[in-house]
Design a protein around this ligand. Structure first.
Ligand SMILES: Cc1cc2nc3c(=O)[nH]c(=O)nc-3n(C[C@H](O)[C@H](O)[C@H](O)COP(=O)(O)O)c2cc1C
Length: 187
C-alpha cells in the first residue's frame, strides 16, 4: 500500500510541507509506504476546458501533471495540502485538481481510495480552504477519515506551524486514522 502527500505550497520546506511530513510519518509508522510530492517548482497548468480528453482520455497539455496523476491513480490514497492564499487554496493545488478532470473518461479512478486535506494559514481562510479541497475527495468517491479537529494549523514564517501543538496533534491523529482506514479498505 502507498499513500502520497501532495503539497500545494510553492514554498519548499515550508509549513504545509512540514505538516504533511508529520501526517505521512504516522502513516509510515503503520507499515504503509509513503511519498511526499511537492508542487514547488513543478509546472502544472490549469485545465483549459478544451474537451480533448472527452474523446481521447488524455490531456493535451504536456507538463509535470501526468507523472503526478499516474502516482495518484496507482496509490491507495493521497493527502492534498495547501497554505491559504487570499482566503483560498493555492493555484498550484487547484491546477492539479482541475487537471484531474482528465479521469472522467476513465471511470472513477479514485473510487474508494482514502485521503483528506490539510491546510495551513497565518490567520484566516482555513475552513474555507479545507472545504475547497474536501470537495475534490467527495466528488471523486474517496473515503475521508476525521481527526480530533479539522485538519488545519496556524503558521506564517517557515517552521512556525510546529509550534501549533493542537494543530500538529490533529494532523498526527489524522495520519493515524488514515492508516487505519487504508488497512480496513484494502483488507
Ligand atoms: C500570496 C499569499 C497569500 C496569503 N493569504 C493568506 C490568507 O488569506 N490568510 C492567511 O491566514 N494567511 C495567508 N497567507 C499566509 C500563508 O498562508 C502562511 O504564510 C503559510 O504558513 C504558508 O505556508 P507554506 O510555508 O507552506 O508556504 C498568504 C501568504 C501568501 C504568500
Amino acid at each position: 500500500m502507498k499513500i502520497l502527500g501532495i503539497v500545494g505550497s510553492p514554498r519548499k520546506g515550508g509549513n504545509t510541507e512540514q505538516l504533511t511530513r508529520i501526517a505521512l510519518e504516522e502513516v509510515q509508522k503503520e507499515g504503509i509506504e509513503v511519498e511526499l510530492i511537492s508542487l514547488a517548482g513543478k509546472k502544472i497548468e490549469p485545465c483549459t476546458g478544451c474537451g480533448a480528453c472527452r474523446s481521447t482520455g488524455e490531456c493535451v497539455i504536456k507538463d509535470d501533471f501526468e507523472a503526478i496523476y499516474d502516482k495518484m491513480v496507482a496509490a491507495e490514497g493521497f493527502i492534498l495540502t495547501s497554505p491559504v492564499y487570499f482566503g483560498a487554496a493555492t493555484p498550484q493545488i487547484t491546477s492539479l485538481i482541475s487537471r484531474c478532470f482528465v479521469s472522467r473518461r476513465k471511470k472513477r479512478v479514485f473510487d474508494n481510495k482514502v485521503g483528506g486535506p490539510i491546510v495551513v494559514a497565518r490567520r484566516a481562510g482555513k475552513n474555507f480552504t479545507y472545504a475547497q479541497l474536501l470537495f475534490f475527495f467527495m466528488i471523486s468517491g474517496m473515503i475521508v477519515p476525521g481527526s480530533t479537529y479539522w485538519n488545519v494549523a496556524i503558521g506564517n514564517d517557515m517552521g512556525d506551524v510546529v509550534k501549533d501543538t493542537e494543530g500538529v496533534e490533529t494532523i498526527r491523529n489524522f495520519g493515524k486514522k488514515l492508516a487505519w482506514l487504508a488497512k480496513k479498505v484494502n483488507a
